[in-house]
Design a protein around this ligand. Sequence first.
Ligand code: TYD
Ligand code: MG
Length: 460
Amino acid sequence: MSKVKKAWFCQECGYESTKWLGRCSSCGAWNSMIEEVLAKEPERPHQAGAFTGQKSQPIPLPEVTFSQEARISLNNEEVDRLLGGGLVEGSLVLLGGEPGIGKSTLSLQIPLHCPHLKTLYVSGEESARQIKLRANRLTSSEHAANHCYILCETLLENILQHAQELNPAIIVIDSIQTMYSQHLDSSPGSVSQIRECAARLLQYAKERNTPVILIGHITKEGSIAGPKVLEHIVDVVLQFEGDSKNSYRILRGIKNRFGSVAELAIFEMLQNGLRQVNNPSEILIPMHAESLSGIAVAAMVDGTRPFLIETQALVSTAAYGTPQRSATGFDARRLNMLLAVLEKRAGFKLSVKDVFLNMAGGLKVNDPAVDLAVTAAILSSNFDLPLAPRSCFAAEVGLSGEIRPVAHIDRRIAEAQKLGFEAIYISKFSGKTDASLSKKIKVIPLADMGGLCKAISGRA
Ligand code: TYD
Ligand code: MG
């Protein structure tokens, strides 16, 4: 009888150990080690991780034949931009997100709108009938989808065999957590199965030069379920974010071997699928008939793209001893820091007030340039004083209350001007801004909290 190889795996981070541990020595998670049978058969057709059948030889770098990565356009401007100009041939892309956010919708919608690409959509979660029903919602013409093949299968070996016969231009695996290989004994969704399936699909992608899109569920803690190992294996990680109550979805690049990760794309979930939102500023700054207090617009940049976003604050007298602080879409610690700055440097007694902060559109913001708008919104709500209409903010706030410059200031000013804003508050220390812009929009420099208070109360 052949010896069965077993190991203990941390279900949080994928750490492998030869014995059971109460606490994972890699990520520190408690009671997360699960025993998994590594290999049932001594012989395995492929070695996980190695992606070429031939023996490779070391070669000097100048002799490496170089060709521009061939990119496949997905007929979807936002996804193409996020991928760095299209899907690279032979790449492995991981699309992560919480259940119900729209991963299956997006990965079915893309091939449906690409009639020139033969696609194999493998589903381990839904029946062919369910997928058909969804496809009918996403496209109007039934005959247009001849190039889309559906395979309801969870055994990896069968999937690879079908893929080899069909030779599609793109493969979608929905989801990696439902797939299993017969060479391993552990159940689908376990670390070793996920790792093995992803490695085998990677091998297929590289050998056949076919891009493979893996869909992965996300745990409550926000990591791609099971393993961090997946993130190491794949070339690109895209993550779907957003509130299921809100119809806007944000697709963010977390890792990209072929492009920038600082990009994001915004979609709106409609009755007939996801609509690309090409100009995010339009949805993120809802227009109000009258000026309201507690609202300030920030000119932010995410990646290379500038857009404007509305920040909303509500300051009210604390009903209980401990005041409440709540921030949606903004770092709560950063909010506390800004409140401390306002208290110490501008003398506002915010320690007896409840402060609630919200970013429009369910967006998570981490651009420091939003600081000034947040501060302005808090002050505006505190005094119940609406800010000047059609004005926006772009600067960081320092610990001593100074207003600090931020990167790409010209781009921010240009975006604000394009959207019809009349004034933009920036740091006094921003350096020279593009003079042609400041003719059309008033650029107001601020040095510290005092300047901001004056500007808000209209005494600037
Ligand atoms: P889905 O793609 O199944 O999510 P995931 O694969 O990430 O779990 O998305 C399902 C949600 O999207 C569901 O709540 C219904 C909604 N939806 C629409 O609003 N419009 C549509 O056209 C489709 C197909 C789904
Ligand atoms: Mg799904």
